[in-house]
Design a protein around this ligand. Structure first.
Ligand code: ZN
Length: 725
């Protein structure tokens, strides 16, 4: 039977927007077709205030050589350093040039070499870096509450016009765009800016003086809004100036709206992601954990729905400029994790002090970029999600306050649980949450979402009523907009229980008796109390069914007297309320944990049973998912689903990090050893429908198909199973 025309058109439109690189270069912007590229910059001036007479520095930093090396490494674009806090790496009339350049102009040479090869050249341009330029312009320096200079630029100062002039110089070289780095306002106290300009503008806008410290009250709310506006206005003004000079030039800003970053940085997840053509974030085990790689990618996707998103990873083990080179297996694991999650990826390379390139690095990058480009047809499809993780920027600011990473343990632990249990996840952000965004997820998890506005509660209630499945943890929904404890009847109706109080302990326990549904208890022994470390609520069931018991911990006499800490978990004393509440509303259900299996999973006192509660809850609420995956915990599975071609793709990524030795400092906090091996392991995948065919895209793996099930033995760091139904 011939398909109706609109379906055929729909399929074509879907393919064009969902799989990258299907059209000839030139028809789409470079960032819409590229999947891999490089950023290359020098090492030696990154801490600022370097010796301007040292002509050894960047003496071999050569734009033509960098472009050629990136082309040979199969990169599709190059981001070349044009400006850092000390120097320009081109013939600037406004900035001092790096001393070793002499009469060379790396930016000019890069553009001249790249243009005949149709390789986009993006200028890397710094905003926030202390160095010679800041020293020359103390009038633009950010000020702390005591008036002291903070070593950064004020984003409301004359620096904006200076940045525009600097970028105009670079645009004149015929570059294809800008990567603008470090739009942060700070990474910790003291925060700014309290310069005269900022104080005047604040007073004019809010009719009261700037609060000098974080008091977490209404004036402080204005202060946060003002700082967020400082970053956003600066980004928008720069982007507008660039587009005015060259509408075809791209601009992206290095983003700090995702965990572990919080209000200090001056960015909110959505407000500061969409001010350029696409968002760029960073990743890496060295700074953000192995799980942070996929988490960050999905966070960036959620912050700019429907747009390409770029993630920068690096070739070194520890930090961008550390001059180490990771093993190929380790680099491949990170690159393919990002690509599987839909990102396009920049690998950052820092040259030697003299500007020379590390030949071994480029050989490894060439191998993995070539591999990635041959798999292009399997990348960029629409993701398949089962569970959504709800990230509340309001709770980040007003519950997390000065210790936001503690609050973030909720979403990070829930994410860890989903990855370990191979439940495909995505992120939902409070700033752009909509009915459609929520509906994309059969299950939605609210990890420690302390603040839920009336609008959000109405949205969530509708989601559940229409068939959505909601999981709530910890002390969600119990605080007002300023993070103060508050009674919230709409939240209580959603949960189907009354909030009687909150435990002040984190070492809380749960126990599930034999009467608890088997699918929920899983293999957990009945009548065994186990530690579920994290915030807990005392609920009294109303319309909800109460399941299991929440137990409070013992406290020693000295602890009661406040003379001994409670960091170290104490054993369970007595039940104080239900562990779980299950409430039915319309076609959907709400499962509320009185405790925090999410926080527990990210904590130092993580036990497997606490983590599995998350997976059990998902499976209880959504017993027949489209895709079920069984694989080892070291394997992350990332799924895409293309209904138009009836194809499911499952990317399998093996994080097989070998054991590490004792660190010299901060025991036992170790940086994992880079991956070297190519592990062999088994996976089993089930679809909720009969399977037509299944294959692995690489040669080493073997695949067997049995009706609705695929059994495969996977070899390697990355594999893709392509399943049609
Ligand atoms: Zn200022």
């Amino acid at each position: 039977m011939t398909k109706p025309l609109w379906i055929v058109l729909g399929v074509i439109a879907f393919s064009a927007s969902s799989a990258r690189g299907q059209t000839a270069p030139g028809t789409r912007a470079w960032y819409e077709r590229a999947i891999v590229g490089m950023e290359v910059g020098p090492t030696g001036a990154q801490f600022g205030h370097s010796d301007p007479a040292d002509t050894r520095y960047a003496a071999r930093f050569n734009g033509a050589e960098i472009v050629r090396a990136c082309l040979e490494a199969h990169g599709e674009y190059v981001v070349i350093w044009a400006r850092d806090g000390d120097y320009a790496y081109y013939n600037s009339k406004l900035l001092p040039r790096a001393p070793g350049l002499k009469d060379r102009d790396p930016l000019k040479d890069a553009v001249a070499t790249a243009r005949p090869r149709h390789m986009p050249v993006i200028a890397y341009c710094v905003v926030q870096q202390g160095g010679h330029f800041l020293k020359a312009h103390p009038e633009w320096e950010m000020r702390g509450p005591d008036g002291k200079p903070l070593g950064r630029f004020c984003l409301r100062s004359g620096y904006l016009e200076a940045m525009k002039a600097i970028m105009a110089e670079q645009l004149a070289y015929g570059i294809d765009g800008f990567h603008v780095d470090m739009l942060d306002q700070s990474f910790g106290p003291p925060i700014g800016c309290y310069c005269d300009t900022c104080q005047k503008q604040f007073q004019a806008e809010y009719r009261h003086p700037m609060p000098k410290e974080a008091r977490w009250d209404e004036p402080w709310r204005d202060m946060l809004a003002f700082r967020y506006q400082s970053s956003q206005k600066f980004e928008k003004a720069l982007a507008a100036a660039i587009k005015q000079a060259n509408p075809a030039a791209s601009v992206d800003f290095n983003y700090h709206g995702n965990p572990p970053f919080s209000y200090e940085v001056g960015q909110r997840p959505v407000q500061h992601a969409g001010n350029g053509d696409f968002v760029t974030g960073e990743t890496g085990v060295w700074g953000f954990s192995a799980l942070g790689v996929g988490f960050n990618a999905e966070f960036y996707r959620a912050s700019t729905p429907g747009h390409p998103f770029q993630v920068a990873m690096q070739r070194g083990v520890r930090m961008y400029h550390d001059q180490t080179t990771r093993p190929l297996a380790d680099l491949r694991w990170e690159l393919f994790t990002l690509l599987a999650h839909g990102a396009f990826v920049t690998v950052v390379d820092k040259t030697g002090f003299d500007g020379g390139l590390d030949v071994q690095t480029y050989e490894r990058i060439a191998a993995m970029f070539e591999d990635a480009r041959t798999l292009r047809e399997h990348l960029g499809q629409a993701p398949h999600f089962e569970a959504g993780l709800y990230y509340s920027s309001k709770s980040r600011d007003w519950i997390g306050r000065a210790h936001a990473p503690d609050w973030m343990q909720g979403i990070l632990g829930a994410h860890k649980a989903l990855v370990y249990e191979h439940i495909p996840f995505g992120i939902v952000l409070d700033e752009n949450a909509s009915r459609a965004a929520l509906r994309a997820f059969p299950v939605l998890i609210l990890p420690q979402v302390g603040i839920l506005s009336e609008t959000e509660l109405a949205l969530l209630s509708d989601y559940v009523r229409e068939g959505g499945k909601l999981i709530i943890t910890g002390q969600s929904g119990q605080y007002d907009a300023l993070g103060r404890p508050a009674v919230n009847p709409a939240f209580e109706r959603l949960v189907g229980a009354r909030v009687k109080g909150r435990l002040d302990s984190l070492d809380n326990w749960m126990c599930f008796g034999a009467s608890v549904p088997g699918v929920f208890r899983g293999g957990i022994r009945p009548d065994w109390p186990f530690l579920v470390k994290g915030p807990a609520t005392l609920y009294e069931a109303a319309s909800a069914q109460a399941i299991g018991e929440l137990l409070r911990p013992w406290r020693t006499t000295r602890q009661k007297e406040g003379r001994e800490g409670t960091e170290w978990p104490m054993s369970a004393e007595a039940p104080v309320g239900p562990a779980v509440l299950l409430n039915t509303i319309g076609k959907g259900q709400v499962l509320t944990f009185a405790g925090s299996p999410d926080h527990a999973t990210a904590s130092e006192h993580h036990i497997v049973e606490a983590r599995r509660l998350i997976a059990h809850a998902v499976r209880l609420l959504n017993p027949r998912p489209t895709i079920t995956i069984q694989a080892p915990t070291f394997c992350e599975a990332v799924t895409s689903h293309d209904p138009s071609t009836r194809t499911v793709r499952v990317h399998l990524l093996a994080y097989a990090s070998p054991p590490q030795s004792m660190p010299a400092r901060n025991r036992p906090f170790v940086l994992p050893t880079p991956i070297e091996d190519s592990p062999i392991y088994r996976v089993r995948i089930e679809l909720d429908r009969p399977i037509q065919s299944a294959r692995a895209v690489r040669d080493q793996s073997t695949v067997k198909t049995l009706d609705r099930r695929v059994e495969a033995t996977i070899e390697g760091i990355h594999e893709i199973l392509v399943i049609t139904y």
